[in-house]
Ligand binder design. Structure first.
Ligand SMILES: O=C(O)CCC(=O)C(=O)O
Ligand SMILES: [Mn+2]
Length: 225
């Protein structure tokens, strides 16, 4: 994986049409938490959550060993192949449904239990389930949505680990439409969304013509129902 540690990060946040660029200096090897300045949300970004070398190993292993599937989704009555591959792993057999798809979890393999422990140490939450997304290239994407399915309960904590090619991640407020934010999710980074974030904000991973390499994303969740 060509990605390496970055010493600075730029987060773009549009408030009432004014663009604020926040450039932060990061110290290598430190688990720096960057709290995004978003109203009605609690979003933190940990750019160097996992070292580049370990993230490379996780990426290769998960790319090759995961039981990837591609489901169909229905949009305005038409059926399309979901623009990414997915896999669901969970502690119990409880299914997870979103966008008209119901997924049945497989038991956690050792590598995902190891990653889960690391993510739980920072999130202070015991997750039951992880949804994996494989974006094969820039043609794959994840459209505007909130992680607000009823199985997740109110104010869910979602911990999202990124491996592979960095991709843009957008957030936008549901009612105050001038409130937006964009950041790049880097190899080995963790994005933590909690509090009222899913209630007030949507997020997406847009397509990009410039991206030709794959990215894997792991979103850890608590399935309550
Ligand atoms: O790939 C990402 O970073 C976002 C994934 C996501 O939002 C989801 O699976 O709900
Ligand atoms: Mn999501």
């Amino acid at each position: 994986m060509g990605a390496s540690w970055q010493n600075t990060i730029t987060i773009r946040t549009d408030v009432l049409g004014i663009s604020i660029h926040i450039d932060m200096n990061l110290f290598e090897g430190k688990e720096n938490e960057i709290v995004l300045p978003l109203r009605d949300a609690e979003v933190s970004y940990f750019p160097n959550f996992i070292s580049s070398e370990v993230a490379d190993q996780y990426f290769e292993h998960l790319l090759n060993e995961t039981d990837w599937q591609q489901d169909d989704i229905k949009i305005f009555g038409k059926v399309y192949a979901q623009p990414r591959l997915t896999a669901l792993y969970g502690e119990s057999g409880k299914p997870y449904s979103y966008s008209g798809i119901t997924m049945h979890p497989k038991p956690f393999p050792p590598i995902l239990s190891e990653i889960k422990q690391k993510v739980e140490a920072v999130s202070k939450v015991n997750f039951t389930t992880v949804l994996l997304n494989l974006y094969r290239d820039g043609n794959d994407s994840n459209g505007w949505h909130s992680d607000d399915e009823k199985e997740l309960g109110t104010n869910p904590v979602i911990a999202s680990l990124s491996l592979g090619t960095k991709r843009k991640f957008h957030l936008r407020h549901k009612t105050e439409t001038s409130l937006k934010s964009s950041l790049e999710l880097e190899h080995g980074s963790l994005l933590l969304m909690k509090g009222s974030t899913q209630h007030f904000w949507k997020h997406q991973l847009p397509k990009s013509k410039r991206i030709h390499d794959p990215r894997i994303n792991l979103t850890f969740r608590v399935i309550k129902a």
